[in-house]
Design a protein around this ligand. Structure first.
Ligand SMILES: O=C(O)CCC(=O)C(=O)O
Ligand SMILES: [Fe+2]
Length: 294
């Protein structure tokens, strides 16, 4: 992929070649249509933990994102790994049906932000003030920030045929995704809106869901490439069902933080991305000294 083009300019809001600005005026925040959009998204997020903005990306924009994510797909890190929904270690003292005792094999992979060239449409979208402002307003926050983590803020979830991303919660409260290429079949995003809340893990229902005994609690999202999805993944258990057919499912996952400077923990970073950077090591050392929450 060429890097001869101008690098991403964090100050530009001109996304006219990528985003359908007629329908989604993210370049005109506080305008009437923008406010109406934010109101609608908030309602969906409050009710369902999820909101979809259909055809957010233009046809040309989608062509570009699809080409970029396909070109990056072979840089994904894969590690087949047995995980429970909390990513915690096995604990033999727990009863057999406890959700912490149920492990699934994760076979999806991630391309990390540091391997995505700065002049790509993917990076332009992630750093765009218009998108950040929309995400902040929809989540009732004054501002959101790019991760300082060199790997984690923008990743491409890469799911070749037969890949499965098992039930999990995200560590951050809200996430924004754009699928750039769908699976032929399978690869469906499934979720249980608000199944846990702060202070209540709701282990009994969660245990039923992950043992396939409570299908009525599971919603399957109809998502098309180019739609923008906002999702509260910390409270809504979710999975991507097994990819079938020939085509790799590709999704750009954009994470923003409530505070600047967020860097993921060393051990989790190594598990997810197969390596860590100097920034991760420094952040961990710094954290252990001042005791602050990351
Ligand atoms: O690929 C998706 O649609 C969602 C991925 C996801 O849940 C995650 O990466 O945490
Ligand atoms: Fe997730």
């Amino acid at each position: 992929m060429s890097t001869a083009l101008k690098f991403a300019d964090a100050g530009t809001t001109d996304l006219a070649d990528l985003v359908d600005l007629q329908r989604y005026p993210i370049d005109d925040p506080e305008s009437e249509p923008w406010r109406a959009l934010v109101k609608q998204v908030r309602e969906h997020l409050d009710k369902d933990g999820c909101a979809v903005l259909p055809e957010f990306i233009t046809a040309d924009g989608l062509k570009q994102l699809r080409a970029e994510t396909n070109a990056l797909a072979d840089k994904a890190f894969f590690q087949r790994r047995e995980c429970n929904i909390y990513n915690s270690e096995p604990d033999a003292s727990l009863p057999e049906h406890d959700p912490r005792q149920i492990f699934f094999e994760r076979s999806s992979g991630f391309v990390t932000r540091d391997t995505i060239p700065a002049d790509t449409a993917l990076q332009r979208l992630y750093v765009s003030p218009g998108l950040k402002q929309l995400v902040a307003a929809c989540n009732q926050l004054p501002e959101v920030y790019e991760y300082a983590d060199p790997f984690a803020g923008l990743v491409v979830n890469t799911m070749p045929p037969e890949a499965y991303q098992p039930w999990h919660y995200d560590s951050n409260e809200f996430i924004t995704t754009i699928m750039t290429q769908a699976a032929d079949t399978g690869g469906e995003f499934q979720y249980c809106p608000g199944i846990r809340t702060p202070g209540n893990e709701n282990l009994s229902e969660v245990s039923e869901v992950i043992r396939d005994r409570l299908p009525s609690r599971i919603k399957t999202l109809t998502l098309n490439p180019g739609d923008l999805q906002m999702f509260r993944g910390r409270y809504s258990l979710h999975q991507v069902s097994r990819v079938q057919g020939q085509q790799t499912r590709l999704t750009a996952v954009m994470a923003y933080a409530k505070h600047p400077g967020v860097i993921g923990p060393v051990e989790r970073t190594r598990q997810l991305y197969g390596r860590v950077s100097e920034a991760h090591l420094l952040a961990e050392r710094h954290q252990s000294k001042d005791g602050l929450i990351r």
